[in-house]
Design a protein around this ligand. Structure first.
Ligand SMILES: Nc1nc2c(c(=O)[nH]1)N[C@@H](CN(C=O)c1ccc(C(=O)N[C@@H](CCC(=O)O)C(=O)O)cc1)CN2
Length: 289
């Protein structure tokens, strides 16, 4: 058996098309501001791609580039300035931040109504209660990918490998809200392979290339690979690899996301969707994201 490949680029195009239509209805174009601190090359690629997509949709964009040695107070000042600007609907602080800057304090400073990353405690809390709010982009994209294969997840067993605030935890909350039975693993979990083998839907969000082997996968399961690790090539440059051993997995799984071209493009599309939703709420067109 060869797994169906879930095409993240194609699904992202559809999401972006809908976002474009929604944005065209607004009196004022959505505004997205991105803060990036430091010189991490991958972060710069992601930010450039986000800004490019936003501009293609006609959004107002602004990138605030800060040095690696910026102090936390200065980052908080930038966030406060953006919070106060009416034409900015969405604020995104690219992660990781430099080590000396406390990520949770910066997230807490973002106006929850403009928190298009869904990482403010208020939005994270609303997600666990199923009471709306802005949802982190990668898990939101994963849900769309999963539901493109199984629209109704009631009673399916989902296993989430990884427990980060940005992917693992919100992913588990979304799956629970969709009535799946959820198991979450973390760094101290014993025998992750055994747990993974029980999954109808397996999501790996760890950032360890090749962690998930073919014998970790239940036959016909849906496999969502969130890993995007840059591995240097001998001839120079790099390639992007996921957490899943794709060649082994495709012989066992029912459907699988590729890396690249799976979750990554959906992350950016869902950021655009969140920015539109934040703009709709702020312009009084929607009660809640
Ligand atoms: N504030 C945030 N920081 C980070 C997030 C996030 O959601 N919010 N997620 C990741 C990185 N990320 C977005 O910022 C991201 C990663 C990968 C892709 C993507 O499109 N990947 C492509 C390959 C791109 C390449 O060639 O490098 C793919 O998988 O097809 C988009 C966004 C950490 N930080």
């Amino acid at each position: 058996m060869t797994a169906q490949i879930i095409d993240g680029r194609a699904l992202a195009r559809k999401v972006l098309e809908d976002v474009g239509k929604g944005a065209a209805q607004l009196a004022r174009r959505p505004g997205l501001a991105v803060i990036i601190a430091g010189d991490d090359p991958a972060s710069h690629v992601y930010v450039r791609n986000k800004v490019r997509r936003a501009e293609e949709l006609g959004f107002l964009t602004e990138t605030i580039q800060l040095p690696d040695d910026i102090d936390e107070g200065a980052v908080l000042d930038e966030v406060a300035t953006l919070n106060a600007r009416d034409e900015i609907d969405g604020i995104l602080v690219q992660l990781p931040l430099p080590e000396h800057v406390n990520t949770l304090r910066v997230m807490a400073a973002v106006d929850p109504a403009k928190d298009v990353d869904g990482l403010h405690a208020l939005n994270a809390g609303r997600l666990t209660q199923g009471s709306g709010g802005l949802i982190p982009c990668t898990p939101s994209g994963c849900m769309k990918l999963i539901q493109s294969i199984i629209p109704d997840l009631t009673g399916f067993h989902a296993v989430v490998i990884g427990s980060s605030n940005i992917v693992g935890k919100p992913m588990a909350a979304l799956l629970l809200e969709a009535k799946a039975t959820v198991t979450q693993t973390h760094i101290h979990t014993r025998d992750t392979r055994f747990i993974a083998r029980g999954a109808d839907i397996l999501i790996s969000a760890v950032g360890r290339p090749g962690l998930v082997r073919g014998d970790w996968i239940k036959p016909r399961a849906i496999v969502i690979d969130v890993g995007t690790t840059r591995v240097p090539k001998v001839e120079g440059g790099y390639r992007i690899v996921g957490d899943v051993d794709f060649e082994e997995a495709r012989d066992v799984a029912g459907a699988i996301t590729p890396v690249p071209g799976g979750v990554g493009p959906m992350t950016i599309a869902c950021l655009m969707e969140n920015t539109l939703n934040a703009a709709l709420v702020r312009q009084g067109e929607l009660v809640s994201a």
